[in-house]
Design a protein around this ligand. Structure first.
Ligand code: FAD
Ligand code: DHB
Length: 398
């Protein structure tokens, strides 16, 4: 049996960052993670950090390697009808930028800080059930190296992603769940080839959406829209490069350079929100509470915003006994979440092919992209949302 102040389920960005922020406030926590350290450190996922996330990692003393290795981008490109249009994030937002830095690098940095501090983190320790959420000593039942074990704590942070046990532990009727599944998926690759563009490219094409991103000056990260439930076996590397090349082509001669594929995977595209993000002493954060389609690059950033608020609310509770911030946690998070849902849905709807037979929809999207390209007001709206809302209460180091 383990006794701590906050039991944290999941060592993804949400759980690790929460544990780190709490530690800096002198609050003890134990993190349990179902998978191995190696698995979570190698899991290739998100790559775009909003300005607010970067500021938070820096302010929390977790940004040292990110500052050295992250790629700061002042713009993104929209590509449609064979043309390119740059959205100048920096200029349109009065100086905000994004940083391209792999999620697994953030995870590695946060694990290293925790291990270095000798703070508890248990890998291959899967939560199986939660008890006593209504009382003041909630418990996490989990499997510790094959043996049943238990964490008794003051609060539980459910940071166990979309498929975890936390959300499911909320009693029936205590929360509402809102969801949307999109009629396509994303096939993503990591490739050992220098990025063919200095900035991210979001491409609209009659064959479907494509995205050119990167992880370093030597490593490209690319995605293409595919059918839901698509079999990876149907996508040999050559077919992926052909398809990406076609969708990213421009009339001024852009050519994609292929290279060895290091990793490939398919991810579903969906939205989900649980309201409220709390039941009793259980607080959900990150993907456990909400999922957005990846087109707006918001998932990891929402997870960071949640745990920033949760860490402040817990710090206030332990410092002053006041639970006002804990009581406002869900409502405050959900405002940001629904704005991100809207933005992600909008970007997704503007750039993907929903029905290949629907010529009207295709042309409507082109009209929308044309409007964006020609309107500073429309571009500013995209830029503000993409670079992200500031985090309340955080000093912004520049
Ligand atoms: P997770 O990262 O899912 O972490 C949850 C952790 O809990 C996992 O390590 C899991 O193993 C563990 N766990 C699960 N069940 C249990 C259990 N029972 N007991 C113990 N541990 C458990 N977001 C962005 O912001 N920008 C992007 O550019 C972006 N691109 C993306 C591209 C792709 C292809 C995908 C798939 C996602 C992308 N996202 C992006 C979303 C982002 O990756 C997620 O929102 C982010 O991982 C959420 O972090 P989290 O900590 O909440 O959840
Ligand atoms: C990446 C992922 C995204 O979902 C996105 O919108 C932009 C970039 C990436 O993995 O680099």
């Amino acid at each position: 049996m383990i006794r701590t102040q906050v039991g944290i389920i999941g060592a993804g960005p949400a759980g690790l960052l929460l544990a780190h922020l709490l530690r800096r406030q002198g609050i003890d926590s134990v993190v349990i993670e179902a998978r191995s350290r190696r698995h979570v450190e190698e899991r290739v996922r998100a790559g775009v950090l909003e300005q607010g996330t970067v500021d938070l990692l820096n302010a929390a003393g977790a940004g040292e390697r990110m500052r050295r290795q992250g790629l700061v981008h002042h713009g993104i490109e929209l590509r449609f009808a064979g043309r390119r249009h740059r959205i100048d994030l920096f200029e349109l937002t009065g100086g905000r930028a994004i940083t391209v830095y792999g999620q697994h690098e953030v995870v590695k940095d946060l694990i290293a800080l925790r291990v270095e501090a000798g703070a508890p983190i248990l890998f291959e320790a899967a939560a199986e059930g939660l008890d006593g959420l209504d009382g003041d000593r909630p418990r996490i039942r989990f499997e510790n190296h094959g043996e049943p074990d238990e964490i008794i704590c003051d609060f539980i942070a459910g940071c166990d992603g979309f498929h975890g046990v936390s959300r499911a532990a909320m009693p029936a009727g205590s929360a509402r769940h809102f969801g949307k599944v999109y009629p396509f998926a994303w096939l993503g690759i990591l490739a050992a080839t220098p990025p063919a563009s200095d900035e991210l490219v979001y491409a609209h094409h009659e064959r479907g959406f494509a995205l050119l991103s990167m992880r370093s000056p030597e490593i490209s990260r690319l995605y293409l829209q595919c059918r839901p439930g698509e079999d990876l076996a149907a996508w040999p590397d050559e077919r992926i490069w052909d398809e990406l090349g076609t969708r990213l082509e421009t009339s001024d001669g852009f050519r994609l350079v292929d290279g060895p594929v290091l990793q490939k995977s398919i991810a579903a595209v969906r939205s989900h929100v649980t309201e409220p993000m709390r039941y009793g002493r259980l607080f959900l954060a990150g993907d456990a509470a909400h999922i957005v389609p990846p087109t707006g690059a918001k998932g990891l950033n929402l997870a960071a915003a949640d745990v920033w608020l949760l860490s402040r609310a817990l710090a206030r509770y332990y410092r002053s006994g006041s639970s006002d911030l804990l009581d406002g946690y869900s409502e405050t998070c959900l405002r940001r979440v629904w704005r991100a849902q809207h933005f992600s849905w909008w970007m997704t709807s503007m750039l993907h092919r929903f029905d290949p037979g629907d010529g009207f929809e295709f042309r409507r999207q082109l009209g929308e992209l044309d409007n964006l390209a020609g309107s500073r007001a429309a571009s500013t709206n995209l830029a503000e949302n993409y670079a992200g809302l500031p985090l309340d209460g955080l000093e912004h180091p520049t």
